[in-house]
Design a protein around this ligand. Structure first.
Ligand code: FE
Length: 254
């Protein structure tokens, strides 16, 4: 399996602390059936600044260490970029790293509490530059939880989304789990990824999430997500299903 979002690079953010932990995470990822990982350290969130050149250096080193340790896992380049007014300055300075450095997709993180007023504008500007933003874990954003229609608008604008595997299996609570399922049901999710930070509570739960998706929506939906991750890896466009709008709330049912 392919995981497009995780914090496995050593000493960059709140994920792996050092190379030893990165190798332990890699072993767990392999045990969990993962063969390719996009390493996506935080960038421009309030705590961490991790520019492209530093991520590339660290990813090269991790790939070398994986080979030395005979761990059959390949690390791909990526970055989790917090939405920010300075994102375009950072892009001009070549600090932003698209997935596999291909210039076509980035992981875009919203602050957990809200959707900034300039979000649609940033999505639009990125698309103009040929970069498609993949909004990570929208199911954990408080404003989107309160206003599902806003997520529909972001996807209509051209953003893709990635649901975190732990959200689907209930690791972040019932309401986030139920919103995750609604997002999938309305064709507003395009990828599933672990967003793994460690080998404990934030681990590699991709297989469990796919099992839940298969049980709830059938195997075709699981294939859809797996194929989309493969398309990214192969530098091809993922399949985008037509988003379905949320109906008006009637008797408490969406
Ligand atoms: Fe993350």
């Amino acid at each position: 399996m392919i995981d497009i979002h995780c914090h496995i690079l050593p000493g960059m953010d709140d994920g792996s602390a050092d190379m030893k932990e990165s190798l332990n995470m890699a072993r767990k990822a392999v045990e969990a059936g993962i063969t390719h990982l996009f390493a996506t350290p935080h960038h421009l969130n309030e705590k961490y600044v991790n520019v492209k050149s530093n991520i590339i250096d660290r990813a090269v080193r991790l790939n070398e260490s994986l080979q030395e340790a005979n761990i059959p896992l390949t690390i791909h380049l990526g970055q989790e970029v917090r939405i920010h007014r300075d994102i375009f300055t950072s892009l001009e300075k070549e600090e932003i790293l698209t997935l596999d450095d291909n210039g076509t997709y980035i992981l875009l993180e919203l602050p957990s509490g809200k959707v900034p007023t300039y979000t649609l504008e940033v999505i639009y500007e990125l698309l103009l530059k040929g970069i498609t933003p993949i909004i990570v874990h929208p199911e954990r954003n408080k404003e989107l939880i309160a206003n599902h229609k806003l997520l529909f608008e972001l996807v209509q604008e051209g953003a893709l989304t990635q649901i975190t595997s732990g959200s689907i299996i209930g690791n972040f609570g019932k309401s986030i789990q139920s919103f995750s399922k609604k997002i999938i049901k309305h064709n507003l999710a395009h990828f599933i990824a672990t967003d793994a930070h460690n080998i404990g509570s934030r681990g590699f739960t991709l297989q469990q999430a796919y099992e839940t998706i298969t049980k709830t929506y059938g195997i075709q939906r699981t294939y859809y997500f797996k194929e989309n991750a493969e398309q990214l890896l192969n530098d091809q466009s993922p399949t985008i299903e037509k988003p379905l709008p949320f109906k008006k709330k009637i008797l408490g049912i969406f």
